[in-house]
Write a new protein. Structure first.
Length: 118
């Protein structure tokens, strides 16, 4: 069974940085696309950044210029580097592993809380 384990969340001040990690079961990460999503209470989960198995990336407008998604297939881990954090970035962040972005199904991580405060 494929498992995703996220880490790296926490409390950070405005303008600070965090790097989220998403560790996958061995030999699974490299053949799948990955998305980082976030969700706040009362709102739908939104896609923040994505990276295909070929390495193509895409970002939500709110993340462009501040967030960087990457993957290290040798470590079976995906990352989301978040810089210049704002209070509106506060959310639970989830990684999602799926055969192709936009396809149904896939595997979700358990989520990691990011809180940006002044």
């Amino acid at each position: 069974q494929v498992q995703l384990v996220e880490s790296g969340g926490g409390l950070v001040q405005i303008g600070g940085s965090l790097r989220l990690s998403c560790a996958a079961s061995p030999r699974i990460l490299s053949v799948n696309d990955i998305g980082w999503y976030r969700q706040v209470p009362g709102k739908e989960r939104e896609l923040v950044a994505s990276i295909t198995s070929f390495g193509s990336t895409d970002y939500a407008d709110s993340a462009k210029g501040r967030f960087t998604i990457s993957r290290d297939n040798t470590k079976n881990t995906a990352y989301l580097q978040m810089n210049s954090l704002k209070p509106e970035d506060t959310a639970v962040y989830y990684c999602h592993l799926v055969a192709r972005l936009g396809a149904p199904g896939g595997v979700w991580g358990q989520g990691t809380q990011v809180t940006v405060s002044s």
